[in-house]
Design a protein around this ligand. Structure first.
Ligand SMILES: Cc1cc2nc3c(=O)[nH]c(=O)nc-3n(C[C@H](O)[C@H](O)[C@H](O)COP(=O)(O)OP(=O)(O)OC[C@H]3O[C@@H](n4cnc5c(N)ncnc54)[C@H](O)[C@@H]3O)c2cc1C
Length: 378
C-alpha cells in the first residue's frame, strides 16, 4: 500500500524565517512547485514584531501596551539589497536612522566620561579593527590563523594607544576598551571575542556599502514579513508543522521524489528537493535524529564546530519617563570583575548587591524613540 502524502512538490522549503520566505518566493517566481513548512503558527522566525500587550502580565489598559516592540530583528542594514527595495515599495520604512553606542558613557559612581575622550578612543579602536580587516586579504593569511580579534585588539591597544594616554585617563581608556569588546560580542553574536578569528574578520561586508546604516521600520519588521508572505499562495504554506524527519535516502517508492518529510503530527510530504533554513542551534540539537541517513561526516563536524552566542533584548517599562525627550541613552562603563553595584541603599548606605549577569553583559540602555516609556537594553 503506498504511503499517503499530503503533497508532492518540486521543492520543499523548511522554516518560514526570512531565508525560507525568500527561497520560496524566488522558486515560485521561477515556476517551481514549492511548499513552505514552518513549526510555529506564524512566519518570521527570529523577526518577530509583537504588541506590548501580549507580553503584559498585568492588565493592559494603558495606551503604552498597545504599541509594538521588536522581540527579534529591528533594523534593515543598508540599501543595496532586495529587502530594502521590497520595504520601499510597500512604504514601511521610517525616515529615521539609528546609531549604536549613543548617550553618555557613565561609570559605576555616576561619573560621565568626557565626550571627546570617548570619541577619540572609539576612533582608535575603529582603526585597529580596520587593520584587522586587512588580514583576510594578506598574502600571509595563514600567519593569522590562531589569532583572535580580542587578542589583536587588546595587544594593539596596549602598544599603540595606551602610551599616548595621560596617566590619569589610562583607567578610563581601558574601561572603554572593555565596553567596545562587549559591544563586539553582541554585534557578532558570539560568546567571547576571543572565539572570533582575526584572520577572517575581513570577510564581513556591508552589502557593498562603505558603512552600515540601521534603517528603522515605521510599525515593525513584521509588516514586511507579512507583505512577503502574502505573495505566497496559502495552499502552499503549512504552519504548526514541526519537521521531525528528513529522509533523503533515495529509496522512495516513487523514484521522482527524492525527499520525504515527516512532521510531528504524522503528516508526510514528498518533493524532489528540500531546502533547510533552520538555525545553527536547531541543527546542532536535532541533526542526529532529523536526517535519514545521517548527514555526511564533514558536514556534521562543521555544524558541531561552528559556535554562536545569544542576543537578548530586555525592555524596561516605566510608568513615567525619568529622562528628557532628547536623552539618547546611557552606556555602562564598568569592569566585569567588579562584583558590587555602586548604587547604595539610601537609608543604610549598604551596597545593593551583586550586579546581575544580564546587566554586566549588556552595553547600555537607550530609549525607544517611538514610545517614550520604554528603555531597551541589548
Ligand atoms: C534579538 C535579535 C536581534 C536581531 N537584530 C537584527 C537586526 O536588527 N537586523 C538584522 O538584519 N538582523 C538581526 N538579527 C538577526 C536576524 O533576526 C536573523 O539573521 C534572521 O532573522 C534569520 O533568519 P532565518 O530565516 O535564517 O532563520 P530563522 O528566522 O531562525 O528561521 C528559521 C525558521 O525555521 C523554523 N524551524 C525550526 N525548526 C523547525 C522544525 N523542526 N520544523 C519546522 N520549522 C522549524 C523556525 O521556527 C523559524 O521560523 C537579530 C537577531 C536577534 C535574535
Amino acid at each position: 500500500i503506498s504511503e499517503k502524502s499530503e503533497s508532492e512538490d518540486d521543492v520543499i522549503v523548511l522554516g518560514a524565517g526570512l531565508a525560507g520566505i525568500g527561497a520560496t518566493l524566488t522558486l515560485q517566481k521561477a515556476g517551481f512547485r514549492t511548499r513552505l513548512i514552518e513549526a510555529k503558527n506564524q512566519p518570521g522566525g527570529r523577526i518577530r514584531t509583537v504588541p506590548m500587550e501580549s507580553l503584559c502580565l498585568d492588565n493592559c489598559a494603558n495606551p503604552i501596551d498597545k504599541v509594538i516592540i521588536e522581540a527579534g530583528a529591528q533594523w534593515l542594514h543598508g540599501k543595496q539589497n532586495q529587502l530594502y527595495m521590497e520595504a520601499l515599495e510597500i512604504d514601511v520604512l521610517s525616515q529615521e536612522l539609528s546609531d549604536e553606542g549613543l548617550g553618555s558613557y557613565t561609570k559605576d559612581d555616576g561619573r560621565i566620561l568626557d565626550d571627546f575622550f570617548v570619541k577619540m578612543i572609539d576612533f582608535k579602536i575603529g582603526e585597529i579593527l580596520e587593520e584587522c580587516e586587512t588580514f583576510y586579504f594578506a598574502e600571509n593569511l595563514e600567519e593569522f590563523r590562531n589569532l583572535s580579534v580580542e587578542e589583536f585588539l587588546r595587544e594593539k591597544f596596549e602598544k599603540s594607544v595606551m602610551p599616548s594616554i595621560e596617566p590619569d585617563k589610562k583607567e578610563d581608556a581601558r574601561l572603554l576598551l572593555e565596553w567596545h569588546i562587549r559591544f563586539q560580542v553582541i554585534d557578532n553574536a558570539c560568546l567571547k571575542l576571543s572565539e572570533v578569528s582575526a584572520r577572517d574578520w575581513g570577510q564581513y561586508s556591508f552589502n557593498g556599502e562603505n558603512c552600515q546604516t540601521h534603517i528603522n521600520f515605521k510599525n515593525g519588521f513584521g509588516k514586511l514579513i507579512n507583505s512577503l508572505v502574502s505573495k505566497i499562495p496559502s495552499n502552499s504554506m503549512e504552519y504548526n508543522c514541526e519537521v521531525i524527519k528528513i529522509d533523503y535516502g533515495g529509496d522512495l517508492e516513487d523514484g521522482m521524489y527524492k525527499v520525504r518529510i515527516e512532521t510531528a503530527d504524522g503528516r508526510v510530504f514528498k518533493a524532489r528537493h528540500c531546502i533547510i533554513t533552520f538555525s545553527l542551534g536547531v541543527l546542532k540539537a536535532s541533526m542526529k535524529t532529523l536526517f535519514e541517513p545521517q548527514l555526511p561526516g564533514p558536514l556534521q563536524s562543521l555544524i558541531e564546530a561552528y559556535g554562536f552566542g545569544t542576543i537578548n533584548k530586555i525592555y524596561l517599562k516605566y510608568e513615567n519617563p525619568w529622562w528628557d525627550n532628547d536623552w539618547e541613552g546611557v552606556q555602562f562603563i564598568y569592569n566585569d570583575e567588579m562584583a558590587v553595584i555602586g548604587i547604595k541603599d539610601q537609608g543604610t548606605g549598604a551596597p545593593l548587591g551583586s550586579r546581575p549577569k544580564w546587566l554586566t553583559t549588556g552595553c547600555g540602555l537607550f530609549s525607544r524613540e517611538i514610545e517614550q516609556k520604554l528603555l531597551n537594553l541589548i
